[in-house]
Design a protein around this ligand. Structure first.
Ligand SMILES: *Cc1c(COP(=O)(O)O)cnc(C)c1O
Length: 355
C-alpha cells in the first residue's frame, strides 16, 4: 500500500475510488457510463442537487448564498473575482502570503486597482502577517486561508467590515468555518474535496453584478447561479466523484469529526519534526498549517538519502515544493493516521541509522 502525501491532486478514500470505478461502467443501474450520460438527465441532475445539498449541510451554508460548481480551477477564480466584484473606480485589498496569493493579486491588477495590505515575502512566506490595515473603502479583501506551498494557515478571518473573499483550495472541509463571515469562498476541488476539474464557489447572492462591469457571460457568477451550475456542460465526472467524497465525509461524522482527526494527525507529525534532531519545520509555529506540513533537514546533503528511504517505505509525494525545498507532507482529510505513523516511523528509522 502507498501512503500518498501528494499536495494535489490528492488522496481520496479507497471506497470513493471503488464507487467511481463502478459508475464508469454502469451509473446507478442505468446501463450507461457516468461518462456518457446527458448532463440534463434526471439521474445527473440528482447528482448536482445532492452535491450541493451536501456542501450546504457539511459547511452549514446560509440560504442567501449560492453554491456553484465551475471549471478553470482556483486560477480562473483569480480573474473572476475582480471581474465580478471590483468596480472601474474601486480598489481591492490583497494579503500576500505566497505564490497563490501573489497570482491572485496579479490577475486582479489586470482588471483594476489593487492594494497589497501586507506581505510575508521578506521571509520566504514562512509566516502570516498580523498587523495590517484593510482600507474601509475597499471593494473587497482577498486572502488565501492555507498556503499549500509554504505550510502556513490562517485560522481566524482577519477583522474587517469589507466583503471578504477567501481562497480555501487546500483547507476547505478540513475544519469548521462560519460561512457567514465570508462573502465569497472558492476552492479548486483537487486539494481536499474531490478530483481535478471542478471548482467550488460559495457566494453571497448580494454580490451578483457588484462590479457594474460588462464581461463574458461564462465568467459571471450570476449566470452560473441562475442555471444551477448548468450554464454550459459541467464537469460531470468530477462533480460525481466529489459527491461520493462528500457522502464519505458525512458518514464519518462531518467536518467536526474530521477536524479532530486532522488536529491529531498534524500534531503527531509536528511533534516528531520538533523532537527528531535531523529535521526542522519551516513555518512559524503559530501559523503552522494542518494540511501541508513543511520541513527540512539540518544537513541538506542528507535529504536525498531520506527521500530514498521514504520511497522504500512506500511514502509518496513528500518532496517539498522547489521554492521551499526539503519535504512537504500534505495530510488532507482522506490521509489516515496510519500513514502519519508510517512517516514518523521512517523519520525515526533514519535517526537510528545515523546514530
Ligand atoms: C493549488 C492551488 C491553487 C491553484 O489551483 P488550480 O485549481 O490548479 O487553478 C490556488 N490556490 C491554492 C491555495 C492552491 O493550493
Amino acid at each position: 500500500m502507498k501512503h500518498n502525501f501528494g499536495a494535489g491532486p490528492c488522496i481520496l478514500p479507497k471506497e470513493v475510488f471503488e464507487e467511481a470505478a463502478k459508475a464508469v461502467l454502469d451509473f446507478n443501474g442505468t446501463g450507461l457510463s457516468i461518462l456518457e450520460v446527458s448532463h440534463r438527465s434526471k439521474e445527473f441532475e440528482e447528482v448536482v442537487v445532492e452535491t450541493e445539498r451536501l456542501v450546504r449541510e457539511l459547511l452549514n451554508v446560509p440560504e442567501d448564498y449560492s453554491i456553484l460548481f465551475l471549471q478553470g480551477g482556483a486560477t480562473q477564480q483569480f480573474a473572476m473575482v475582480p471581474m465580478n466584484l471590483l468596480p472601474e473606480n474601486g480598489r481591492a485589498a490583497y494579503l500576500d502570503t505566497g505564490v497563490w496569493a501573489t497570482k491572485a493579486a496579479k490577475e486582479a491588477k489586470k482588471v483594476g486597482h489593487v492594494e497589497i495590505v501586507a506581505s510575508s515575502s521578506d521571509q520566504n512566506y514562512s509566516y502570516i502577517p498580523k498587523d495590517f490595515q484593510i482600507p474601509a473603502d475597499a471593494a473587497y479583501f482577498h486572502y488565501t486561508s492555507n498556503n499549500t506551498i509554504y505550510g502556513t494557515e490562517v485560522f481566524e478571518k482577519p477583522a474587517t467590515a469589507v466583503p471578504t473573499v477567501v481562497d480555501m483550495s487546500s483547507d476547505i472541509l478540513s475544519r469548521k468555518i462560519d460561512v457567514s463571515e465570508f462573502d465569497l469562498i472558492y476552492a479548486g476541488a483537487q486539494k481536499n474535496m474531490g478530483p481535478a476539474g471542478v471548482t467550488l464557489v460559495i457566494i453571497k447572492n448580494e454580490l451578483f453584478g457588484k462590479s457594474g462591469r460588462t464581461f463574458p457571460t461564462i465568467f459571471d457568477y450570476e449566470s452560473h447561479a441562475k442555471a444551477g451550475s448548468m450554464y454550459n456542460t459541467p464537469p460531470v465526472f468530477s462533480i460525481y466523484v466529489s459527491m461520493l467524497n462528500l457522502r464519505w465525509l458525512k458518514a464519518k461524522g462531518g467536518v467536526d469529526v474530521i477536524e479532530q482527526e486532522n488536529i491529531i494527525k498534524a500534531r503527531t507529525l509536528y511533534e516528531e519534526i520538533d523532537r527528531n534532531p535531523f529535521f526542522k519545520g519551516t513555518a512559524a509555529v503559530e501559523d503552522r498549517s494542518r494540511m501541508n506540513i513543511t520541513f527540512v533537514m539540518d544537513s541538506p546533503e542528507l535529504e536525498a538519502e531520506f527521500l530514498a528511504l521514504a520511497k522504500e517505505r512506500n511514502l509518496v509525494g513528500i518532496k517539498g515544493h522547489r521554492s521551499v525545498g526539503g519535504f512537504r507532507a500534505s495530510v488532507y482529510n482522506a490521509l489516515t493516521i496510519s500513514s502519519i505513523n508510517a512517516l514518523v516511523d521512517t523519520m525515526r528509522e533514519f535517526e537510528e541509522n545515523h546514530k
